[in-house]
Structure formats: C-alpha cells, structure tokens
Ligand binder design. Structure first.
Ligand code: ATP
Length: 269
C-alpha cells in the first residue's frame, strides 16, 4: 500500500535482559529509558531531552533488538520502519509516509520511532548514483524537518540503526538531531557465550553441551549468527528424532553454518 508502511506496537515485551552483552550500550540507553519514563524531571531543570540516537554496528549484532528493549523497558509504543522500504519510485511518497509516521508517534507520545538502515535514506545528499535522487532527498529532508519541528517536550525519541555512519549526511548528525551515537559491535568471547545462553534458554540440552567451546569456535559471529547456530543444532537433533540437543548437534550445525558463511558474510566482515 502507498499509505502506511510502518509498524506500530503499543507494548513491547523485550527487555535489556533479552540482549546479551553490549553493557556499555545498555548504560547509555538506560538514560533514554529514563527520558521517556520521567520527562518532568528533565523539563523541571530546563534540560532538553535528546531526540535522536544512532545505533552503529555491523549487521545482526542486535540493533533492532536493543531498540525494542528500550521501548519495552520504558513501556512506550514502538514505531518501526525500514528506511529502504519507505521510498518508492514516485517522488513524494517517502516524505508523506514520514509525515504520517511522526504524526502518529506524536499522538502516542511518549514513544520510540526506530528507523532501520537509515543510511539508505541518509547518505550525503548528491552522492547517489547519477547524482541527485529526488525521492531519497525529499524523504531525508522530511525526517530532518520533523525532528526540528518537535516541540521541546515532545517525548518522542528516534533511534536509527546503521552499519555505515561514515556515509551519513552531516545534516543528520547535527545537535538536536542524531547527536548521540551508541556502538553495537560484534560480540567478544564472553558475549558470545552470553548470547548462546539467551538462545539456549528453555531448550532441552544434554549436560555435555560445552557453551564456552562453542563460543571459542565462533570468532567473528554476530548475535544473529549465534542464534542461527542454536536453531540449526535443534533442527539437527529433531531431524534424527532426539528429544535433547547434544554437542554433536552443535558440531554439525557449526560445520553447516561455517561452510555457508565462508561463501558469504563472514569473509567480508
Ligand atoms: P541488521 O542490522 O542486520 O538489521 P541488527 O543489528 O538489527 O541487524 P537484530 O535484527 O536485532 O540485529 O538481530 C537479529 C537477531 O539476532 C535478534 O532478533 C536476536 O535474536 C539475535 N541477537 C543479536 N544480537 C543479540 C544479542 N546481543 N543478544 C541476544 N540475541 C541477539
């Protein structure tokens, strides 16, 4: 449809405990939760609540998950949109969708707007293939003007995800817009263990499953890759009609996924 193209969830159940690792990022985002939950505290002292936070990191590291957790912790509605899906062939459609989205969010304030892949809209203007791209620029300009147009105390915070902060138009990063950046990196060894733990929760595992060993075998894997490993292991176990997942299932899953990744994402990370 030409009209909407964004998601709205009034309540999100995701919490920070569903996001393994990323402790620094959580510390910074707890502040955002507080802005949304206790705006009066900030207004009383004359502080302006930040409007935009950029979540920066490679694909599959949990940027969307983290944005959902902020919304869940603050218990505010979650509006989400993928920037690339917002634009159309027809000039003006993206901008009009942005207008509707922000209007809806303002009515539901306090609220979060999450814009995934902001770089697809937010690249430096005039840098697109073949120079100007009117639909993209108009969509970007509409986002900028919506952010500028918020009243000081609107209590709508925009989280945007990107793995290419370097290509963003500097207009997006100006004070009063996306002037804060939170890094969501690939997980280290300990964090991989924790992520595996989150996704093993509630699954029947034998005592022989060696989580540290799996974590050691997966350098460079993202949270999404690790989630995938756990699911593949469960599929392996079920395929041969087992009722518990054991280490051999994880080894088979690792083999399968490492082979797949060698031909794709892992090599270019
Ligand atoms: P992309 O940039 O590709 O959209 P993303 O950074 O937004 O990726 P998500 O979509 O949030 O990543 O992650 C995909 C899935 O991987 C999540 O839904 C979650 O199940 C799992 N995952 C990723 N990171 C973590 C993490 N730190 N803790 C727990 N699960 C994770």
């Amino acid at each position: 449809s030409r009209a909407k193209r964004y998601g709205k969830e009034n309540r999100v159940s995701t919490k920070f405990t569903d996001v393994a690792g990323h402790d620094e990022a959580k510390k910074e985002l707890i502040e955002v939760v507080d802005f949304l939950k206790n705006p009066a505290k900030y207004h009383a002292i004359g502080a302006e609540i930040p409007k935009g936070v950029l979540l920066v990191g490679p694909p599959g590291t949990g940027k969307t998950l983290m944005a959902r957790a902020v919304s869940g912790e603050a218990d505010v509605p979650f509006f989400s949109v993928s920037a690339s899906e917002f634009m159309e062939m027809f000039v003006g459609v993206g901008a009009s969708r942005v207008r509707t989205l922000f209007e809806d969010a303002r009515k539901s304030a306090p609220a979060i707007i999450f814009i995934d892949e902001i770089d697809s809209i937010g690249r430096k203007r005039g840098a697109g293939i073949g120079g100007g791209h009117d639909e993209r620029e108009q969509t970007l300009n509409q986002i900028l003007s919506e952010m500028d147009g918020f009243e000081k105390n609107a209590s709508v915070i925009i989280l945007a995800a990107t793995n290419r902060p370097d290509v963003l138009d500097s207009a997006l990063l100006r004070p009063g817009r996306f002037d804060r950046q939170v890094t969501i990196d690939l997980p280290n060894l300990k964090e991989r263990e924790a992520i595996l733990g989150v996704h093993m929760r509630g699954k029947p595992l034998t005592g022989g499953v060696d989580v540290p060993e799996i974590a050691k075998s997966t350098p460079g894997f993202s949270g999404a890759d690790l989630k995938n490993i756990v699911n593949e292991a469960a599929l392996e176990a079920a395929r041969i009609s087992k009722t518990q997942i054991d280490m051999s299932d994880f080894y088979r899953a690792l083999d399968k996924i490492t082979l797949g990744l060698e031909n794709s994402s892992l090599t270019i990370r």
